[in-house]
Write a protein that binds this ligand. Sequence first.
Ligand code: NAP
Length: 322
Amino acid sequence: MPETASNGYDLIIVGAGPAGLTAALYAGRGMLQAVTIERGAPGGELLNTDLIEDYPGFESVKGWELAQKMHDHAKKFGAEIVTDMVESVRKGEDGVFEVRTARGRVYRAPTVILTAGGTPVKLGVPGEKEYAGKGVSYCAVCDGAFFKGELLAVIGGGDAAVEEADYLTRYARKVYIVHRRDEFRASKILQERAFANPKIEVIWNKKVVEIKGNERGTDHLVLEDTVTGQRSTLKVGGVFVFIGFRPNTDLVHGHVEHDAGGYFVTDDRMMTSLPGLFAAGDVRSQLTRQITTAVGDATTAAIAVEKYLAALREKERASIAS
Ligand code: NAP
């Protein structure tokens, strides 16, 4: 029989990255009874980022430092943050959400803000699983320092690939960016920085078909030209895959409107098609996914939750009175 943690909550926040911590801060200031559930250390993707230079007011701040500041700020306003893994979010017939966790707890509340972020997309090629942690990585900040003086490959052409390739040059002898097209989708400023870095070489129009290695780890990539189909090899001691994120939206049971990528579609109050379920940050369908947008989404969501709860209580009062 699962343990019911509490039934007294107004709001359950799933995830404690920038969006979750902001929602917790605003919920605290709004005097809501809220609980934030996070499986790891608070900070989310901030903890996978070395330096942040695009968060207003902080010209340059370490990811872990901003995470700590956001965490302390939310706690100052009374945030209750528990370490546990959310396994499912379900809305019951009574209109109350039930959030079940890996530790067998069940949290209940009339509203949920989902800020659960995403998980890195995998290449799905032979050798990727086999050499994961032995040369194949999805986090430059976590693993970059293990590759001092090595030849590395970064796969992808978005912001993450181009930015992290630049970061990896502080350790690597050389970083190849292997991209399947002949232009990046990364922002211009990141592209310019990468093109100006003498340790970066871009390999256009190539996709990885296999990661080969030996007992010491990754040894080389088998590439295929996306125009001619010709195969080649690239000797590398490590490969960093940055080909996008998949939103962690499948925690939610029942139909919720989403876009082709699986990101939840919300209204301008961040509410999904399931009344009472709000989404903020990387799980939400939107043009870009930045710390600033995550924080903005969460601010709107937490304030919208206050208004949603007030309307709910008003409706309950009216139905009792009639
Ligand atoms: P993304 O923007 O979706 O880019 C994914 C890249 O991987 C694309 O270049 C794509 O190629 C390539 N790709 C996808 N599947 C592939 C496959 N199977 N094989 C080879 N290549 C593949 O993802 P992201 O770079 O992780 O960024 C995610 C979001 O976070 C974006 O909104 C981004 O702006 C944001 N972000 C921002 C910053 C920053 O501003 N500092 C840093 C990191 C991330 P195509 O281009 O051909 O589709």
